[in-house]
Design a protein around this ligand. Structure first.
Ligand code: ZOZ
Ligand code: NAD
Length: 703
């Protein structure tokens, strides 16, 4: 055969093994190798049945996603998978897919083309294509419903989450669970099918589970409503449901043609380009120059957190959820009790919503030891500080930690604005100090900004990156600048939102425009949620750093001076009822009017397009500066920060990707226009100018 696909025999049963590590993707050569094996098996009279299995850690995990870029660029037309799956299906001898690890996307489609599927109990199967902005393109939407029925297939193809072997068995996707050795079990299964003399069972011929349009309608309507809500703005989930629904109305071949046509349209869409960028981005950010597989990491077996407030409590939960015992230290019994009550309530909430069993919640809670002393800190491998934001206090805490903790304990700060270097200077071991910037709620949000100080050792960076994986977060390494990457960019983003209000937009118009762009929440509503007073205090403290003559927003400070701190005071940019539902507030209009009068602004109508461009391009321009200054390693790192920490829509790929796709020349032209109209804070970042002039995108820098 080939190196990628080998053919061997166990008496009358042929074994086709795919060897394309790490995940046996269907890269060039793999589909062809399987086809050649099927031909050889068909031609060999001594062979009665066949097993298709993956070498290494998994069955086939899908099409090779890198090939999609070639198809989009017109360098390639097809990967030929559908035809090869049809050849497997047409093989007159029973072919059994033997599944371990994951059978995903084109991998599951290949298994569906086999006549039977057996799996180990730990295996997972799924059609995750929607997570890449596409739908299954090799029969998944047509064969899967023939096994498990249209309602379930619609959910599997539109949500994209894999299911375990037991559920797959129950649904009819898998025919047997193999205990013990998978290959031997699959060979025995294949041998039994051949001995029974059954005709090969082609999935495409099965119709008994398809039902009819009327019977399927309620389930399909529910799946569409669910997809529209959960994946707002995304096209693929709804198209996937249409393709699955077509199973009941179109003959198999026409259904395949329909699926194929929709797949190709989606593959050429900007949404799939963005989501594929995000898929590889999530893996790219894990790669840090200077940190290799051989870089030593410290084992984190015991952790400690200082401060049991909003963030400390969430961080303690994130650690406990990963099975790490954690000491949680507060400064007073009262604050400790409050913090633990919140943690308890969070776990109880998860149990009540059915997300966690009561016993799992209890064992996680038991991993958190509340205390008001540093007892036991000398044994901790990692301490994360999450006390109030203030340099003097942070330095005091780090000096205390330096005196107590063992020399190889990693000392981390959750600060969102303060210099890691200055915090580290309070210790005698700045190489062990690092920023671990969690996002609120820390037990939920996927982003972990990891802030390297000037002295932070590569081993400590590697340990923090490993910690991100352990607590199931996306760790992104950033440099030590004010606000790091995420909040530094968020500042001009939110500032521009306020300028737009001063110039004539209503808060609701601003928020709606950004929501329609795809943001999880508008920038002003986000301020209300996070608390407007936080920024207000910071602005007061750092007012001396403002560039003289530079335009400063006025309304938010005025809101705070009126005691309107956001949701926590039930009044901010909006007013909030007891259920936290927001509505416009005439009192805010009066504050806005006064600010306009103070700034001498005559309000005007502002289009949703201008609102969106100004707010998003403010983000992009700052991102370009950060990149040029080296505080982010790659443009994709910035994208991942915004996708995982700030509710940026994944189907736009992140701010830098969005700008590159729009065309940096177009973005620059708008920014220059804004600079002309609105002043110096719109000066374009030099990197943006250079790339735009060279006709390049940010990704061209990523390597
Ligand atoms: O890697 C995890 C995963 O979920 N992979 C993606 C699975 C997926 O989405 N499959 C569906 C692909 S789309 C498809 O199959 C379309 C279709 O219907 C066929 C259409 C017909 C074509 C017609 C054309 C006109 C997985 C769960 C598998 C493993 O997770 P791990 O955490 O163990 O490992 P990772 O994620 O770190 O991955 C290891 C390395 O492998 C790379 N990789 C993973 N899946 C890939 C892939 N590369 C290409 N294609 C894939 N499907 C991954 O990037 C990583 O690489 P390195 O360099 O970072 O190590
Ligand atoms: P918080 O006010 O909710 O909690 C701080 C806690 O630290 C309080 O409970 C306080 O009693 C405790 N504390 C103070 N001094 C202490 C000491 N010496 N020993 C032990 N405990 C002490 O604040 P927070 O929102 O959790 O913020 C904590 C840190 O996280 C800050 O640096 C903040 O900038 C950062 N941060 C906050 C957010 C957010 O959204 N709230 C997000 C990211 C980062």
């Amino acid at each position: 055969m080939s190196e990628l696909v080998s053919l061997s025999r166990d008496n009358e049963v042929a074994i086709i093994t795919v060897n394309n590590p790490p995940v046996n993707a269907l890269s060039p050569g793999v589909p062809e190798g399987i086809a050649a094996a099927i031909e050889a098996i068909t031609a060999d009279a001594a062979i009665q049945a066949a097993v298709l299995i993956g070498g290494g850690r998994t069955f086939i995990a899908g099409a090779d996603i890198k090939e999609f870029a070639k198809i989009r660029a017109g360098q390639k037309k097809d990967i030929g998978l559908s035809q090869i799956i049809a050849r497997i299906e047409d093989c007159p001898k029973p072919v059994v897919a033997a599944i371990h690890g994951t059978a995903l996307g084109g991998g599951l489609e290949t298994a569906l083309g086999c006549h039977y599927r057996v799996a180990v109990a730990s295996a997972k199967v799924g059609q995750p294509e929607v997570k890449l902005g596409i739908i299954p393109g090799a029969g998944g939407t047509q064969r899967l419903p023939r096994l498990c029925g249209i309602p379930k297939a619609a959910v599997l193809c539109s949500v994209g989450d894999p299911i375990g072997a037991a559920e797959a068995l129950e649904l009819g996707i898998v025919d047997a669970i193999i205990e013990g050795d998978l290959l031997q079990g699959a060979i025995a299964f294949a041998r039994a099918r051949a001995a029974a003399g059954e005709a090969a069972r082609r999935t495409c011929d099965l119709t008994s589970r398809l039902g009819d349009s009327d019977a399927n309608k309620p389930a399909l309507d529910a799946a569409r409503a669910d997809a529209a809500r959960r994946f707002r703005g995304q096209r693929a989930p709804l198209v996937a449901i249409d393709a699955v629904a077509a199973c009941a109305t179109l003959p198999f071949d026409q259904g395949m043609a329909y699926e194929r046509e929709e797949f190709e349209k989606l593959l050429k869409s900007s949404q799939s380009a963005a989501m594929i960028h995000a898929f590889f981005g999530e893996r790219a950010v894990a790669k840090v120059p200077g940190v290799t597989k051989d870089t030593r990491t410290y084992d984190i077996r015991r952790a400690a957190v200082v401060g049991a407030g909003t963030m400390g409590g969430g961080i303690a939960m994130a650690l406990a959820n990963a099975g790490i015992p954690v000491l949680l230290k507060e400064s007073s019994q009262e604050a400790l009790d409050r913090g633990m009550a919140t943690i308890r309530a969070n776990y109880e909430g998860s149990v009540a919503r059915g997300r966690l069993s009561a016993s799992a919640a209890a064992s996680r809670l038991a991993l958190i030891t509340p205390q008001i002393s540093y007892d036991g800190f000398e044994q901790a491998d990692l301490v994360i500080e999450a006390v109030f934001e203030g340099m003097a206090l942070k330095k005091q805490v780090f000096a205390e930690l330096d005196a107590i903790c063992k020399p190889d304990c990693v000392l981390a700060s959750n600060t969102s604005t303060l210099s890691i270097d200055e915090i580290a200077s309070a210790t005698g071991r700045p190489q062990m100090v690092i920023g671990t910037h969690f996002f609120s709620p820390a037990n939920v949000m996927r982003l972990l900004e990891i802030v390297r100080g000037a002295a932070t050792a590569p081993e400590v960076i590697a340990t923090a990156m490993g910690l991100a994986r352990t607590v199931k977060k996306v760790g992104v390494l950033v440099g030590n600048c004010r606000g790091f990457v995420g909040n530094r960019m968020f500042h001009p983003y939110r500032r521009e939102a306020q300028f737009l209000v001063e110039e004539g937009a209503t808060p609701a118009q601003v928020d709606q425009a950004l929501y329609n762009f795809g943001m999880a929440m508008g920038p002003l509503a986000t301020g209300d949620l996070a608390g407007l007073d936080v920024g207000w205090r910071i602005r007061k403290e750092y007012a001396h750093l403002n560039n003289p003559g530079e335009r400063q927003p006025l309304v938010e400070d005025a809101l705070c001076e009126a005691g309107r701190y956001g949701q926590k005071t039930r009044a901010g940019w909006y007013r909030y009822d007891e259920k936290r539902q927001s509505s416009a507030d005439p009192a805010v209009d009066a504050i806005i009017e006064a600010a306009r009068a103070q700034a001498g602004i005559v309000p005007r109508e502002i289009s949703a397009e201008e609102i969106t461009e100004r707010i998003i391009y403010a983000l992009v321009n700052e991102g370009a500066r950060i990149l040029e200054e080296g505080f982010a390693l790659r443009s994709v790192d910035i994208d991942m920060i915004y996708l995982t920490g700030y509710g940026f829509p994944v189907w736009r790929g992140g701010p830098m990707f969005h700008a590159s796709l729009t065309g940096l020349g177009v973005v620059l032209e708008r920014i220059r226009e804004f600079e002309r109209l609105h002043g110096a804070h719109w000066a374009p970042a030099p990197l943006l100018v250079r790339l735009a002039e060279e006709g390049r995108g940010f990704e061209s820098l990523d390597g």
